[in-house]
Design a protein around this ligand. Structure first.
Ligand SMILES: Cc1ncc(COP(=O)(O)O)c(C=O)c1O
Length: 454
């Protein structure tokens, strides 16, 4: 079932239909650009110029200057030969795999690769095999099995569910000269590497065998997808149906994405703020016994479990009552069937993160021990099920020692006061406005000749 619908949201808050404004740790608007006024202004201006949709494939009548300019600007930012725009990140993976059909015989997928990569390999007719998550040795075994075939290796740069980083340099080192590596960098673009240029830049990789795909809806906060790489590979993607037979991202969105990209290029401090926030959250979760020590670089996705699903639901409800949106989700690739997946943006303040950590600590202390704890799969990002959970009272594992007050850090009550706006319901008139258009006559007389009735 879809999540609770929001009535409004920005980079740090989510407004519920009843008007409650929550401090939000959900979504993938990592740089806060989905709500940037300059991006909104660029979209609005382009709507006047192009309308809402290009309404056709770019190969027939749907191409615009906005699309062409965005492709060039993305290629320059990523320092690659060519970028191809497609409707979204899902389609970008299909377009990239279609470019591999006829070049590669097999798709070798990380076991936790995003579902869209699996679908893409199938859609492109590639025979798919999996290798163990994050394991170059397992990839080497698979490669040996498919020889003399040629492989395209498919992996996320930063894994959607838990923010783990793919060992890109080691994966690339395992490839032969005729193999390829497709990196889905939806959660690395705008997040990692110098100025947010993404996972391959973070790993210092420049190689003609690499093709990068990404959504434009996350780091850049707009909509659309891209395939980036060597000109010859992208030219093949441009002959595939995923690009050729689809309507591209809407021109106003392409203009909005150009504005977003310009902000990203001009303000690398957004990426730095996001990284500092990610490290802070990982450290706080580690203090609470909910995460491994912070990884470097920390990514803005934190996934963890707490005991049983029922216990997690209690914590989730408790956080909600404190004005915090901490998504408890079921989504492929996570540490368990249901898990907390918290995400950050560059717009979160250190106080927001500390407020979340303090609220989590309170909820953990209130948590009664589970009568029959279910063991959880071990994962570097997942707290394991406590063996002593039969006892009554607050769980010892989650007894959070009071930390000495850091110099200059706000106290919990200061945070509470500072975050009052997240705690109090803020009623709003959320009734949708009736449409001003009631009949076709509202549009005025038609400039077209009356249709013949013959
Ligand atoms: C890793 C990954 N790949 C692909 C997609 C699909 O991107 P889009 O939503 O733009 O189709 C997503 C997003 O939801 C994702 O997380």
């Amino acid at each position: 079932m879809a999540a609770t619908p929001l009535a409004a949201c920005d980079a740090t808050t989510a407004t519920l239909p009843d008007g409650r404004v929550l401090l939000s740790f959900g979504g993938c608007n990592y740089l806060g650009l989905a709500n940037h006024p300059a991006v909104a202004a660029a979209v609005a201006q382009a709507m006047g110029r192009y309308g809402m949709s290009s309404s056709a494939s770019r190969e027939t009548t749907g191409n615009t200057l906005a699309h062409e300019a965005l492709e060039h600007e993305l290629a320059a930012f990523l320092a690659c030969e060519r970028v191809l725009l497609v409707p979204d990140g899902y389609t970008a993976n299909i377009a990239a795999c279609q470019a591999m059909a006829g070049v590669c015989s097999h798709a070798l997928l990380d076991d936790k690769a995003h579902v869209s990569l699996r679908d893409a390999a199938r859609a492109a007719g590639l025979e798919s095999l999996r290798f163990t998550h994050l394991d170059p040795a397992s990839l080497r075994t698979r490669l040996a099995e498919i020889r003399p075939g040629r492989a395209v290796v498919l992996t996320d740069g930063v894994f959607t569910a838990d923010g783990a980083l793919a060992p890109l340099a080691e994966l690339l080192a395992a490839l032969g000269q005729d193999d390829r590596l497709i990196i889905d960098d939806c959660h690395g673009f705008g997040v990692l590497g110098p100025g947010g240029r993404g996972s391959p830049h973070h790993a210092g990789l420049r190689d003609p065998r690499i093709i990068v795909t990404s959504s434009l809806a996350k780091g850049l906060g707009c909509a659309g997808g891209m395939v980036a790489g060597p000109a010859a590979e992208i030219a093949r993607a441009a002959r595939g149906t995923a690009y050729f037979c689809t309507t591209p991202t809407a021109p106003p969105m392409a203009e909005g994405t150009r504005a977003s990209l310009a902000i990203l290029a001009a303000e690398p401090q957004r990426v730095e703020r996001l990284a500092a926030n990610a490290e802070r959250l990982q450290a706080r979760l580690h203090d609470l016994g909910l995460a491994a020590p912070p990884r470097r670089p920390a990514t803005p996705i934190a996934a963890f479990t707490i005991g049983t699903k029922a216990q997690m639901e209690l914590v989730h409800a408790g956080l909600l009552a404190e004005g915090i949106r901490a998504p408890l989700i079921s989504y492929p690739g996570g540490p368990a069937e249901a898990y907390f997946r918290l995400t950050l943006t560059a717009e979160h303040s250190p106080q927001h993160i500390d407020f979340l950590a303090a609220a989590l600590a309170t909820q953990l202390q209130r948590l009664p021990a589970a009568p029959h704890p279910s063991p959880l799969p071990s994962s570097p990002h997942c707290s394991s099920a406590p063996a002593h959970a039969q006892s009554q009272g607050p769980h010892p594992r989650w007894h959070v020692p009071s930390r000495p007050q850091q110099p200059g850090a706000p106290t919990r009550s200061e945070l509470q006061r500072g975050n009052r706006r997240f705690l109090a319901p803020r009623p709003r008139n959320l009734t949708p406005k009736p449409s001003p258009v009631r009949s076709l006559a509202d549009f005025g007389p038609s400039p077209l000749p009356p249709r013949s009735t013959a």
